[in-house]
Design a protein around this ligand. Structure first.
Ligand code: NAP
Length: 323
């Protein structure tokens, strides 16, 4: 059968698919247009998608012969899952294998913004370090140890992220959709509502999926609830934060800073945000380690191979279509 991969993914996944099927890959750095997508949907039996591919109801309505859409990501907000289910198209994702890598990146952002790492590194690299003196006062930052850590969305990544705080003796608060008494015990943490978490935390890290309910979960009001000394970390999805409200909060000192891996209008990062020096900006690299990306590619390939054998793929997000 014919498989289309919409962006370059690690070769290990492509090779796995090639053992059984004809595989074409979009090697361009630009994604497909709607018309190109429509054409691929007619031509191929399975598509490996990435999170920047917007697969909406209209596209799905013309793709009912597609045997699987294998998203190369754990988040699947880019695909209209309900419509895919109605058209009986299995959709898969890559849960679990990117948990630690993404949690570690949230920690990277937290350290980077609280200790002004990018600014200090640029200073040293520019040859401006002339020894201890007044010039170094601009790099005074904040400690993480003994502070309160607020985890919004204590799922796989959120709880791994919280677990990693152990060495820093932090107080942990978290939110989730459902009560998690076991997790409270395991993490020595307390589940709260969002308002309490925002008012009490020194670091607020977002780990919930993007859904209609979490769209702009962090808006102007939420940012006002945060301490002026607090930092916001977002490795979840850009639209969970109202980015214009965040820019205002960073400019006015409503919060101390932010560490961002994802953006509301990704890949566009507003100039106003890029101009601020109390924010650390990364280009959506949460899962970007060699080992993790390889595992994601293999997982996406395994999902495609199972679906093309007529089996339910291991990471099927809409298993009801098989019943
Ligand atoms: P997960 O295990 O499904 O965890 C999501 C958690 O969010 C769950 O605990 C869920 O609560 C909670 N949640 C859902 N709606 C919520 C709400 N309105 N308020 C508070 N919590 C809410 O997913 P995961 O594997 O940890 O991944 C989380 C997200 O990270 C993905 O969806 C993706 O968008 C993002 N991500 C980003 C990168 C990156 O490169 N930056 C990499 C990987 C993942 P319940 O447990 O009660 O349902």
């Amino acid at each position: 059968m014919k498989v289309y991969v919409t962006r370059q993914i690690p070769q290990i996944g492509i090779d796995k698919l090639k053992q059984y099927h004809d595989v074409d890959v979009n090697w361009d750095s630009v994604g497909l247009s709607r018309d190109q997508f429509s054409a691929k949907f007619q031509e191929y039996d399975a598509i490996v998608t990435v999170l920047s591919d917007r697969i909406d109801r209209d596209l799905l309505s013309r793709a009912d012969h597609i045997k699987v859409l294998a998203n190369y990501a754990v988040g699947y907000d880019n695909i209209d899952l309900q419509a895919a289910t109605e058209y009986r198209i299995p959709v898969t994702n890559t849960p679990g294998v990117l948990t630690e890598s993404t949690a570690e990146l949230a920690w990277t952002l937290m350290f980077a913004v609280a200790r002004q790492v990018p600014k200090a590194e640029a200073f040293a690299r520019a040859g401006r370090f002339e020894g201890w003196g007044r010039s170094l006062l601009m790099f005074l930052g904040d400690d993480l140890s003994h502070k309160t850590l607020g985890v919004v969305g204590a799922g796989r990544i959120g709880s791994a992220f919280a677990r990693m705080s152990r060495g820093f003796d932090m107080k942990i608060l978290f939110t989730a959709n459902s009560p998690k008494p076991e997790l409270e015990k395991k993490l020595n943490a307390r589940q709260t509502d969002l308002e309490e978490l925002l008012t009490q935390s020194d670091f607020v890290s977002l780990h919930c999926p993007l859904t209609p309910k979490t769209h702009h979960l962090i808006n102007e009001k939420a940012l006002q609830l945060m301490k002026k000394s607090a930092y916001l970390i977002n490795t979840a999805r850009g639209p969970v934060v109202d980015e214009l409200a965040l820019i205002d909060a960073l400019k006015t000192g409503e919060i101390a800073g932010a560490g961002l891996d994802v953006y509301e209008w990704e890949p566009k990062i507003p100039e106003e945000l890029r101009a601020l020096d109390n924010v650390v900006l990364l280009p959506h690299i949460g899962s970007a380690t060699v080992a993790t990306r390889n595992r994601m590619a293999e997982m996406a390939a395994d999902n495609v191979l199972a679906a093309l054998r007529g089996e339910k793929p291991p990471n099927c997000l809409n298993p009801d279509i098989y019943s």
